[in-house]
Design a protein around this ligand. Sequence first.
Ligand code: NAG
Ligand code: NAG
Ligand code: NAG
Length: 294
Amino acid sequence: MGYVLDDGSFYDGISLGAIVVDDETESVFIIYSHCAHYDDCTTSTTYLVESTDDGKTWGAPRNISVQVGTMMFAPGPGYGIQKKYEPHVGRLVVCGHSTINGAGMFCLLSDDHGQNWRYGGRLLGIPYNVKKKGRDFMPDESQPIELPDGTIEVNIRNNRGYHCHCRMKARSMDGGETFPLEHVTFDEALIEPAVAAGLYYSNGVMYFSNPASTNSRTNMTLRWSYDGGTSWKDALQVWAQPSGYSTMTMLKSEPQDSEYLYMLYEKGPVNKTAYEMLSFTRISLYGLNSCGVV
Ligand SMILES: *[C@@H]1O[C@H](CO)[C@@H](O)[C@H](O)[C@H]1NC(C)=O
Ligand SMILES: *[C@@H]1O[C@H](CO)[C@@H](O)[C@H](O)[C@H]1NC(C)=O
Ligand SMILES: *[C@@H]1O[C@H](CO)[C@@H](O)[C@H](O)[C@H]1NC(C)=O
């Protein structure tokens, strides 16, 4: 099996990335962080690698901290989006979070197919840039999607359970330039133990995946909504035992591709931790008992 990057033995090397596809140029990018935890290094760098052949080969990593600075930025984890609806059609939007003290949700934007990047909207933690305690406001790992009216919605890890042990959501109506406080909400139905979650939107349906528990990373669950996440229609338990981060996608080339949702998630039944293996699961959207682990 091939790999995208090899960071050798450097402990705090490549970590915390998000993939983003430019459908206009057909380039695939991975934006990732180097020295995300300051373990054996002092300056964090945001890198980008690009593939122009659907991920078969990758170019040399490009240091985009030259454009955006060296604030630690942990993209995703998950994927970034390309705006399909006004405003700012074609814009690439990659959201993530910063360091523990400087925590907050930040989005990188590119309006020229990944050549130049800058920070757009942000949702800063409170109190800002000091060590958080108790149930302080601490937006963390983030997954954006675009709704058909051009709104960007970011589903955010509510790291300290501010307001509830449930997901935080922020919306931007200006293509990711701002995330106004009046559009920051909490979804009490989406309980979480503080974890990176999956969010996907296709054909009028919003999908959400995470370990559905307020206190432990267990019970990987898929939920779906027909009203943009205002209410959740149903839930499917994908894995009852330890389970961690997750992300989702759908294929878009054959007619039957609209029948399946794919979920990649961490799990581990054997030694009772969520980090023993990665599962890539195909879920049939039209059939019962068809949730199969590939
Ligand atoms: C990336 O660029 C920034 C800004 O010029 C620089 O401070 C940083 O050291 C560079 N990172 C690496 C690993 O060279
Ligand atoms: C797992 O999640 C489902 C869906 O929300 C819920 O009904 C169930 O009670 C959860 N199970 C456990 C053991 O938490
Ligand atoms: C479970 O733990 C044992 C003993 O440490 C180890 O050999 C094995 O590889 C672990 N299995 C998994 C799936 O992580």
